[in-house]
Design a protein around this ligand. Structure first.
Ligand SMILES: [Zn+2]
Length: 275
């Protein structure tokens, strides 16, 4: 297979129709080099629902393998190289600091990791994460202001009342890169997109109901700094498991099996009543 295949389309940041370049999402510098299997949601649903399997039991052998890591042809070379230069180095430092702390804890069990990270640049980290969400979602998630926000490194006009960004340490059986999904909950409609890969996951909530408190640590305030600002950040990051394909579902395998058993019992109960 030729690696020089060209791809043309609409750049997901500038919106122009151009030749698109391959971009690693998350960046190559943060542990995104090895081959990955891409599984699409429908395939997983078919296996889990029709064959009654748990998500981590699904046989992914037929899934397409992406040799050079996760990513795709999302951006034109200009948008790819600008965002890469401006935001990736700061983001990469942040992720490596957290991964280093995870390494120190090693195999010990923990629910969250508290650490102080010295000399980080919050706005650069924030803008890299927003770039990744614009990569995996088309049409700037319906918000044209993100174009100017991301293509001008100093731009700070961000809709802080619309977006809430949460981070967590990635754990569990599956990695997730999900575009916007809408979920009906007791709190109302939750609109979210999630990128959860080793070692760090991010969940972006759009117009989140006020009383809904997501899991993870909120880092929306990273957007309040200036581009060159550097600071020490004290942060407590929860470790959350991804064991299903659904964004925002951080149940452990045990919790999933418990609720699956509960459903089986309930349906048996219903049969009895009918009989
Ligand atoms: Zn572009």
């Amino acid at each position: 297979m030729s690696r020089k295949q060209k791809s043309y389309g609409i750049c997901r940041i500038c919106g122009e129709s151009k030749e698109l370049t391959f971009e690693h999402v998350p960046p190559e510098t943060v542990f995104n080099k090895g081959a990955v299997r891409n599984v699409d949601l429908d395939a997983v649903m078919k296996e889990t629902v029709k064959k009654n399997k748990l998500p981590w039991e699904v046989n992914y052998r037929n899934a397409k393998i992406q040799q050079r890591g996760r990513g795709g042809f999302y951006l034109c070379s200009n948008c790819n190289s600008c965002t890469g230069q401006w935001y990736v180095p700061g983001y990469s430092r942040f992720v490596h600091a957290i991964q280093g702390a995870m390494g120190q804890v090693g195999e010990q069990k923990y629910e969250s990791l508290g650490l102080t990270i010295k000399n980080i640049k919050p706005l650069q980290i924030f803008k890299q994460v927003m770039t990744m969400f614009c990569d995996i979602n088309s049409g700037l998630m319906g918000d044209d202001s993100l174009k100017g926000y991301l293509l001008d490194k100093a731009n700070r006009s961000f809709k802080r009342d619309r977006y809430h960004l949460y981070a967590h340490i990635h754990a569990g059986a599956l990695e997730r890169m999900n575009g916007i999904m809408v979920q009906a909950t007791n709190y109302g409609i939750i609109t979210l997109s999630e990128i959860s890969t080793y070692p760090l996951g991010f969940t972006l909530y759009i117009d989140k109901p006020r009383n809904y408190k997501p899991e993870g640590v909120e880092i929306t305030a990273f957007s309040e700094w200036d581009y060159e600002d550097e600071t020490d950040v004290k942060i407590i990051i929860p470790k959350l498991e991804c064991n299903t394909v659904f964004s925002g579902d951080y149940r452990t395998k045990e919790e999933i099996m418990e609720s699956a058993n509960g459903e089986v019992q309930n349906s048996e109960g219903a049969t009895k009543d009918l009989g």
